[in-house]
Every structure is written in C-alpha cells, then in structure tokens.
Design a protein around this ligand. Structure first.
Ligand code: DX5
Ligand code: ZN
Length: 217
C-alpha cells in the first residue's frame, strides 16, 4: 500500500511560511489547517493565505477545513488550487453536494470525522469521495496525544474502502509520531498528518522519511 506523509504547518513559523515549506520538500502533500474559532476553539488562517501557500509551495496542498458552514466555503479552497479539500461531516448540511462541488472545481474531495462522530453513514457514499480523514485527536490544536479509541474506526473505514475496490485514501490526523504511526498504519491508514513530530524535529525532511519508513514497515 502506498504511504503518504502530509506534514501540518500548524506548528511551523507562520512568519516564514515560504521557508518552512522548503523544509518539507520531500513530503507528499502539505497539510494546511484552517480554523475559524467556531468549529474549533482556535483561529489560524483563511483563503487569502491558502492562495499564497498554493502559489509558494512546490508540494501540493491538502486543506483541512475546521470551519462551520463548510457548504459555503469549501469550494473556494478547491478553486484556489488546493489538491485536496477536506471538510468536516459535522459542519456540512449537504456533504454529497459539497463533495461534488469540490471535485468539479478540480480538487480531491475528502470528509473528516471527529473522534466521537460515527463514520458509518459516510461509508455508504465512498464513490463521492477521494479520501476519508479519521481524526485521532479532538481537532483544534497540535501536540495532543493520539486517541487509541479511534483505531477501530480506522479499521472499519479500511474495510469499507477495500470492499469498494476504489482508490480512496485513508488519512489520520493528530498525535502521529514515530511512536504511533505504526498503530495507525496497521489499522489501515495510508495517509498520515504529522504536525509537531515533523516541525518539532531538527530536520523536518528527515523526519518525513523516518515516518514513511515506519508506516511502510
Ligand atoms: C489538529 C490539526 C492537526 C494538527 C496535528 O486539529 O488538524 O493537523 O496540526 O498536529 P500534531 O501532529 O502535533 O498532533
Ligand atoms: Zn489537520
């Protein structure tokens, strides 16, 4: 199974995003956490900054929208050139329509679930999606501990994806490090967000390589 490492810039230096993007040139995608201080109790950045990141980054952009009213905002991130746009199941009234809009605007469409949200209802609509994101911490902040209780949900998603026969990525986000990545990989994840593990390392690119090896082992 292909392994993808998607470093989150949440723990990067926001005053030097161009420099920070250059330190993860070996990553598969760069994960950009958009937070609105409503869906989560934290505020990061929005569309104008993401547009600049898309322009400045050699690595494709994976936007993770932790915002209310995703139905209104997500399409703009696809139109801005993000390779992948993930919205939260809890923040969308019409997730199928929204996934179609994201695809029509040229991006991969993905849906995320918080640790306590049942993923089963969304596994019936896999043909509408390019990626599932199982949150392995409560969204909002970097540096939290991986929740072991999410492992069964990763496994259920993997089973449904395999049964569908479709090439749908299964992403995990939160607390992924050298200590936890193998657990998530064994449960069936193939796409790994790592924020503090990568940007807390002296050499982020080397950490991406190390994580990739551990996930593939
Ligand atoms: C958390 C964000 C994550 C965060 C992960 O709500 O969605 O992408 O950056 O950070 P770590 O890897 O430190 O848990
Ligand atoms: Zn994220």
């Amino acid at each position: 199974m292909a392994v993808r490492i998607t470093p989150s810039i949440l723990n990067a230096d926001f005053a030097d995003l161009t420099g920070e993007l250059g330190r993860i040139s070996g990553a598969d995608l760069v994960h950009v956490d958009v937070m609105d201080n409503h869906f989560v109790p934290n505020l990061t950045l929005g569309l104008p900054v993401v547009e600049r990141i898309v322009a400045a980054s050699a690595v494709p952009v994976d936007a993770h929208l932790m915002i209310e009213d995703a139905d209104r905002w997500a399409r703009g991130y696809a139109e801005a050139g993000c390779a992948s746009v993930t919205f939260h199941a809890e923040a969308s009234v019409a997730p199928i329509r929204l996934a179609r809009e994201i695809r029509a605007a040229g991006a991969r469409a993905a849906i995320a679930v918080r640790p306590t949200t049942d993923i089963a209802p969304y596994l019936d609509y896999l043909e509408e999606l390019d990626m599932l994101l199982v949150m392995t911490v409560e969204p909002g902040f970097g540096g939290q501990r991986f929740l072991e209780s999410t492992v069964s949900k990763i496994a259920a998603a993997r089973e449904a994806i395999d049964a569908s026969g479709r090439d749908i990525w299964l992403q995990v986000d939160g607390g992924i490090s050298r200590d936890t990545i193998a657990t998530a990989a064994r449960a069936g994840a193939d796409t790994f967000v790592a924020g503090s593990a990568v940007y807390g390392a002296e050499d982020p690119n080397a950490e991406v390589t190390a994580l990739r090896e551990l996930a593939a082992a």
